[in-house]
Design a protein around this ligand. Structure first.
Ligand SMILES: NC(=O)C1=CN([C@@H]2O[C@H](COP(=O)(O)OP(=O)(O)OC[C@H]3O[C@@H](n4cnc5c(N)ncnc54)[C@H](O)[C@@H]3O)[C@@H](O)[C@H]2O)C=CC1
Ligand SMILES: O=C(O)C1=N[C@H](C(=O)O)C[C@H](O)C1
Length: 238
């Protein structure tokens, strides 16, 4: 399969290694100062583009992929205010777009565990839930996209929680998310239910970026063969 990489930073480089190991060809690498561009025949020949850039760049990159009719897989976080527009373009213009706030299999298992625990805790009014995420100091957005997905999983299943807030609850209906930036941490997410007598904690810690990168390549293989707005639930059948 021919893959175009958009963003050749920490994730782009990790994805390249896994894509080559799986027998794919990288036909274009687009970054701020690279000579490759969306106008090149090489880019237009790609079966799929994988986009990991930065929050304010992502949407324009998706539009350029759509103009070239190249399916796009993106893991960039912090742009979801434009998600409905992208979903509409998939439906109305027959574009293909695969998004996940976190592509790792382990985190997607953790997403399911989080929802199941939230369903159990829904009736346990003596417990309050909060969250913590830890990432490397170069990370631009807070809270992480993964933490937002986890918060949505709780909000959908716990009647008393309707919103999340960075750092601290403003109302009892909020989930407080603490975002810590330190060292080179690839990504740690912890959910805590606390009562006056005990705590229940679930925790996911990425050992490296390999899990995210493998998931993104598997998503690209899937997006090259399927159409529309796609997510990890389509790929993993959870
Ligand atoms: N969904 C997931 O599983 C994961 C998502 N991420 C997200 O992916 C994004 C990128 O993460 P990293 O690779 O760690 O960041 P990074 O900063 O190492 O790399 C980003 C690259 O994008 C380039 N870039 C910036 N603007 C661009 C533009 N307009 N066009 C093309 N390239 C551009 C930068 O020059 C840089 O090389 C972040 O939003 C992060 O939160 C990161 C890891 C996993
Ligand atoms: O920026 C990162 O590094 C990561 N970003 C994603 C997020 O915001 O959730 C996924 C992972 O945690 C690493």
């Amino acid at each position: 399969m021919k893959i175009a990489l958009i963003g050749y930073g920490k994730m782009g480089q990790e994805i390249e290694k896994i894509a080559l190991d799986r027998g794919h060809e990288i036909v274009s690498k687009i970054d701020i100062s690279s000579k490759d561009s969306f106008a090149d025949d090489a880019f237009k020949s790609a079966n799929v583009a994988i986009e990991f850039t930065r929050p304010e760049a992502a949407y324009d990159n998706y539009m350029k992929c759509f103009e070239a009719n190249v399916p796009v897989v993106s893991g960039t976080t912090g742009w979801l205010d434009k998600l409905t527009d992208i979903q509409d373009r998939c439906k109305n213009d027959k574009q293909t777009f695969f998004y996940a706030s976190n592509f790792s299999l382990g985190v997607n298992i953790f997403f399911e565990l989080n929802k199941q625990l939230a369903r159990i805790m829904n009736k346990m009014e003596e417990y309050n839930v909060s969250m913590e995420e830890v990432h490397h100091t170069q990370k631009l957005d807070a809270p992480s996209g993964t933490a937002i997905t986890l918060a949505e999983g709780i909000i959908d299943n716990v009647d008393g929680k309707t919103d999340w807030k960075l750092d601290k609850e403003e109302n009892t209906s909020d989930i407080a998310i603490k975002a810590i930036r330190e060292g080179q941490v690839p990504g740690i997410h912890t959910i805590k239910y606390e009562s006056s007598v005990d705590e229940i904690i679930i925790h996911h810690s990425a050992k490296s970026r390999k899990g995210f990168a493998l998931g993104a390549v598997l998503a690209a293989e899937f997006a090259a063969k399927n159409n529309g707005y796609l997510t990890m639930n389509d790929l993993l059948n959870f």
